[in-house]
Write a protein that binds this ligand. Structure first.
Ligand code: MOS
Length: 755
């Protein structure tokens, strides 16, 4: 592997190094050469294929399941349903980040059907084609009732108060300028290129489960509970992921079906969820409906902020999107209330989708801020600067590191915001009308408990391992960087092992927290391994360090040397190990999580500013996002290359959120009808704007010793609002329900034209 070696020296936690040079992904060659093993690439001897039978109603019950024809078909080994699958347990309530799943009902638990596509049976056969053919031959009859998949959300229940301060109702009632609008985001479906899949192998005592999982440790915990066996009898492996966007955080029913079938038949079983099933039973971002009320003085200072959110959920599971995640700390105001509630529909259970909560929440809040700026006749950047808080007013704690003002200022400068003519439709270029919009964004920064092992080996290599996984963002690479930075060992001599529950427990690949979580643990593990090398060196009967004190030694450029002397004066670490006939010095790293810590002294978040340009051609109703400038305050950026890739990808996804993505349910049958990549429209290269990404690079030393917060989800937050704000600037049409439809722009309703 031709990878530039970074020869950094000792690292001091008080003076963190600034951003490294960009390092290409260490797993890149394996991926582009086809050597990386994704879940569905595993083909075990004697393996069978499972194909589920999905319900064709969304509300009602199963009356009969006729399996005779399917059972008689070639290659069929079994047809499972409620009558013969055997025991599948429910999980106990989750404890912290252990034992989590969103769809809690085990497959086939009862005869009630609550959403379209719910698994009602599963065929196992010698080949995928045989299983598919037989699944189509299973005849299920239903007693069907009309499903409730209505778009409009309402409830009489008293909502949950997520955040409250002052007297927002009174302050809003007496505010000089007010905005009171409702914003809607549609159901969105995760569409990672890699389909969900499970390859389950039962050996009579132990399960090995190859899973498309963003959280192997939790997956093991959940599957052990559902299968009714001890944790240590389940090994979950997820070496490479073709992304997940949150959809692969928690186990879904297909996983326990594959495992149960494998145990029943004593053969390995592969189950790959098809693209259309992915719209039904592996989660989605729920539809949200959010009323935002802003009250301001004529000077633009916010005096009241109210944010009341609803999201749909399934009949059985309480999934709350958490739209007010960023509401309480984004802006300064003495009076604020954020509430939320859920509304049941006959849909599959929703789940986290990239930036859950804050992403739809900031569409609403940042749209409302734009509407307020227009009412105030104030520049929208200025309005945000004016309402910058000094502390996190939601929890009354200082921010560990917040540079939102600088994000706005740098972004405005890069975008050329000073040239913006605020008049609607006034800006023209090449015969097109331009619209310029801005939005702020933020995302939660936390750490999860992490254990890791680092070995420094007598062949001159290092091995670092933890049971986290690389969702595709660069976790393999960042682990290699931490070890290289601390030891000076080049990347081509560092082995990174992830995605296996046999390793020390690591964090979920979620929340954009993996990097921040693994840093303190791996730093700890490296230091302990180095200490062991020092101990071997000083205990030697001869050699330059015999009889010296351990703390007089340093480890740099892969060499052990006396602190006061240069690395060249010392010995390569492998020589010290080899001379002692020791294969490896090992360190076990451990770090605590920060999530929900009641002793927290700081509010930890990432921030950013999104600037978008749209071009509008009214004659042909052609709308394009032509340019995006995004400035991210994400702590120290460990590796700008994959970090930029994350933000660019998020912006592309944001264009989809603003203009294309929406899962539509057939109101008669409750089926997600655009359940394929032709009808569920995603941003293509041709739709993608020019994207300018800037990282501010202020290390956040509160979060971990390298100051990294992590990036990914932050890049999607705010983008949709920046785009719809730009659409308003170009066309005068305020789109409050995503995605923007051409019809909205052709025939604006009076309400939309009202600013
Ligand atoms: Mo992310 S939605 O936490 O995978």
């Amino acid at each position: 592997m031709a990878i530039t070696t970074k020869l950094s020296t000792t690292f001091s936690p008080t003076v963190p190094p600034k951003t490294n040079g960009s390092l290409p992904r260490v797993d890149g060659p394996l991926k582009v050469s086809g050597g990386a093993m994704y879940t569905s690439d595993y083909n075990l001897p004697g393996m069978l294929y499972a194909v589920p039978v999905c319900s064709t109603i969304a509300n009602g019950s199963i009356v009969t399941i006729e399996t005779g024809r399917a059972e008689a078909m070639p290659g069929v080994k079994a047809v499972y349903h409620r009558g013969n699958i055997g025991k599948i347990f429910r999980t106990a309530p989750a404890v912290g980040f252990s034992g989590i799943l969103d769809e809690r009902r085990p497959p086939f638990e009862d005869d009630t059907v609550r959403y379209y596509g719910q698994y009602v049976a599963a065929v196992v056969a010698l080949t995928f084609e045989q299983a598919t053919a037989a699944a189509n031959a299973v005849k299920v009859t239903y007693k069907s009732e009309k499903p409730d998949v209505r778009d409009h959300l309402d409830t009489d229940a008293k909502p949950k108060v997520d955040s409250h301060r002052g007297d927002p109702d009174a302050a809003f009632a007496s505010a000089a300028i007010t905005v009171d609008q409702t914003y809607v985001t549609p159901t969105e479906t995760h569409n990672p290129i890699e389909l969900h899949a499970s390859v389950a192998n039962w050996d009579g005592q132990n399960f090995t489960l190859y899973e498309t999982s963003q959280a192997v440790v939790n997956h093991r915990e959940v599957l052990a509970q559902m299968l009714g066996i001890p944790n240590e009898n389940v090994r979950v492996i997820s070496r490479f992921l073709g992304s997940g966007f949150g959809g692969k955080l928690w186990p879904w029913p297909h996983s326990v079906l594959a495992a149960t079938a494998s145990r029943n038949l004593n053969r390995p079983v592969k189950l790959v969820v098809t693209r259309d099933m992915m719209f039904q039973n592996v989660g989605h971002r729920p539809r949200t409906q959010q009323r935002v009320r802003l009250g301001a003085g004529s000077d633009g200072k916010l005096v009241a902020l109210m944010h009341d959110s609803l999201n749909h959920t399934s009949i059985l599971d309480d999934y709350s999107e958490g739209c007010s995640e960023a509401t309480s700390y984004s802006y300064s105001t003495a009076n604020l209330r954020a509430t939320s509630d859920i509304v049941r529909r006959n849909v599959g259970t929703p789940t986290s989708m990239r930036g859950p909560g804050a992403v739809p929440g900031l569409f609403a809040l940042e749209s409302a801020m734009d509407e307020l700026a227009i009412k105030l006749k104030m520049d929208p950047v200025k309005l945000r600067l004016l309402n910058e808080p000094k502390i996190d007013e939601g929890i009354n704690l200082p921010f560990s590191s917040r540079h939102f003002v600088e994000c706005l200022n740098v972004g405005a400068e890069k975008f050329g915001w000073a040239n913006r003519d605020p008049k609607i439709g006034a800006m023209k270029k090449d015969g097109l009308t331009l619209g310029w919009g801005v939005a702020g964004c933020s995302w939660i920064a936390e750490r999860m408990a992490t254990e890791s092992t680092v070995e420094l080996r007598s062949d001159g290599t290092a091995r670092v391992s933890t049971a986290t996984q690389d969702i595709g963002t660069g976790t393999y690479t960042v682990l290699s960087q931490i070890v290289s930075e601390k030891t000076g060992i080049p990347h081509d001599r560092i082995e990174v092992v992830l995605g296996d529950t046999n390793l020390p427990p690591g964090p979920i690949s979620g929340g954009s927290w993996a990097t921040a979580s693994i840093i303190p643990s791996v730093v700890d593990a490296v230091e302990k391994a180095q200490k062991t090398v020092f101990s071997i060196a000083t205990q030697a009967t001869d050699g330059p360090f015999a009889g010296k004190k351990e703390d007089s030694l340093a480890f740099s450029n892969g060499r052990v040397h006396l602190k006061e002397q240069s690395p060249e004066s010392g010995l390569p670490f492998e020589q010290i190990l080899a001379q002692g006939n020791i294969r490896a010095a090992s360190g076990q790293g451990k770090s605590e999580g920060t999530f929900g810590d009641p002793k927290k002294k700081f509010s930890t978040h990432s921030f950013g500013a999104q600037f978008a340009e749209v071009s509008w051609q009214p004659e042909t109703a052609r709308l394009r996002v032509s340019r995006v400038v995004t400035v991210i305050d994400g702590g120290r950026i460990m590796n700008p290359k994959p970090a930029r890739n994350q933000i660019e990808g998020a912006v592309v996804m944001g264009v989809g959120m603003a203009l294309f993505e929406a899962t539509r349910y057939d109101t008669r049958y409750g089926a997600p009808i655009n359940n394929n990549l032709a009808d569920y429209i995603l941003t293509t290269n041709a739709d993608s704007p020019a994207i300018d990404v800037t990282f501010l690079d202020y290390p956040d030393m509160v979060l971990n010793p390298l100051g990294a917060r992590g990036v990914g989800e932050i890049g999607l937050a705010g983008i949709a609002a920046a785009i719809t704000n730009a659409v308003h600037h170009a066309t005068g049409v305020r789109v409050r329900e995503l995605p923007v439809r051409i019809e909205d722009l052709l025939q604006p309703t009076p309400a939309q034209l009202r600013t």
